[in-house]
Design a protein around this ligand. Structure first.
Ligand code: SF4
Length: 339
């Protein structure tokens, strides 16, 4: 039986584009769905003007009604706290604009390069380190796409291309397939990596067609999802991710450590256990990138390290993600050590 037929039998769901089109796009609508009142939470109208609300309904359905501290809600609801300026929090915390070597290309680490394949996302995460990134100057139209591929082709040290964004799975399958096929024609590129949060919030993005795109070229493919809390995962994720894994795609997860969302050993340990149950290995636990507007999510390095120690004490090593900070100008992510 073809994979799609099995999938549809398990998941008689709408297509991902249709789900995306029906997303919640205002705080009022989000709060009404959860039976909450804005005055309880601080007025985030100005924050929402700068970085709009965007939340797919399946993600809203995983939130607890009436709970203003729900860990999924806190990731997407604009708050007045975003307007406060804090020392050390900037619009470009990773210095990416200096490594933006071509339109849509970020080259900061040896051997791999980031292609900003799409400028939009399926969900607007309030802590996003690219919330101020100049996507308008980095849209990959056909001609810029060719320049980006030529940049990669001319540097034989690039063994891995990472599709990022925005969210690269916002690309329609036809365009994504064409891009992957073109990358595969560059002889020194061996690996393809896709970083995406879209399938976390809209599981229907994990289709047979996507599996085919990620496995039909000679490139070894890895899909890195971005799950921050165990409540984000569903049985549908496990079933669809199993099909990707069976097809040979390496499945990893990265998490951002966020105050009020997942800054407890209990939640982080449960997250690692659940990731494994959903066929994902924990890859990175990032401390927050210091982006302006996200300071209220910050967990100090010493608190982060204490949490990491508790994970080490209670989990097998393969379920403990690397605890890292990304620092502008450094040749790799920086592991956090004891303080
Ligand atoms: S999905 Fe990723 S890139 Fe998009 S807003 Fe969320 S964290 Fe940022």
């Amino acid at each position: 039986m073809p994979i799609v037929a099995q999938t549809e039998k398990f998941f008689p769901l709408k297509g991902w584009g249709e789900v995306l089109a029906q997303s919640v796009r205002s705080s009022d609508e989000l709060l009404a769905a959860l039976e909450l009142h804005l005055e309880n939470l601080g007025n985030g109208l100005s924050a929402a003007r700068q970085f709009p609300v965007l939340v797919p309904r399946p993600f809203v359905e995983r939130m607890r009604k009436g709970d203003p501290r729900d860990p999924l809600l806190l990731q997407v609801l604009p708050l007045a706290a975003e307007d406060q300026l804090a020392a050390g929090f900037t619009v470009d915390p990773l210095g990416e604009q200096s490594t933006n070597v071509e339109t849509g290309v970020i080259h900061k680490y040896h051997g791999r390069v980031l292609l900003l394949a799409a400028s939009g996302c399926a969900v607007n995460c309030r802590y996003c380190f690219r919330r101020h990134f100049p996507y308008n100057e980095n849209r990959l139209g056909r001609s810029q796409w060719q320049s980006a591929l030529e940049y990669i082709a001319q540097d034989a040290s690039i063994a891995e291309v990472i599709l990022s964004g925005g969210d690269p799975l916002m690309l329609q399958d036809e365009r994504l397939a064409e891009l992957v096929e073109q990358i595969a024609t560059i002889p020194h590129v061996q690996r393809l990596r896709v970083h995406s949060r879209l399938p976390v919030v809209i599981v229907q993005r994990l289709t047979e067609q996507l599996t085919d795109i990620l496995t039909r070229t000679r490139l070894r493919s890895t899909l890195v999802l971005h799950v921050n809390h165990p409540n984000e995962l569903t049985p549908e994720h496990a079933q669809r991710l199993a099909l990707l894994r069976q097809a040979g795609v390496t499945l990893l997860n990265q998490t951002v450590l966020l105050k009020g969302v997942n800054d407890s050993a209990e939640v982080l340990i449960e997250l690692s256990e659940q990731l494994f149950n959903h066929h994902l290995l924990p890859y990175y636990l990032h401390v927050l990138d210091r982006v302006q507007g996200a300071q209220h999510f910050d967990v100090s390095s010493s608190e982060a390290y204490a949490l990491y120690q508790q994970m080490l004490a209670q989990l097998p090593g393969y379920l403990v993600p690397k605890l890292v900070r990304e620092e502008a100008g450094q040749p790799h992510k920086t592991p956090l050590h004891a303080f």
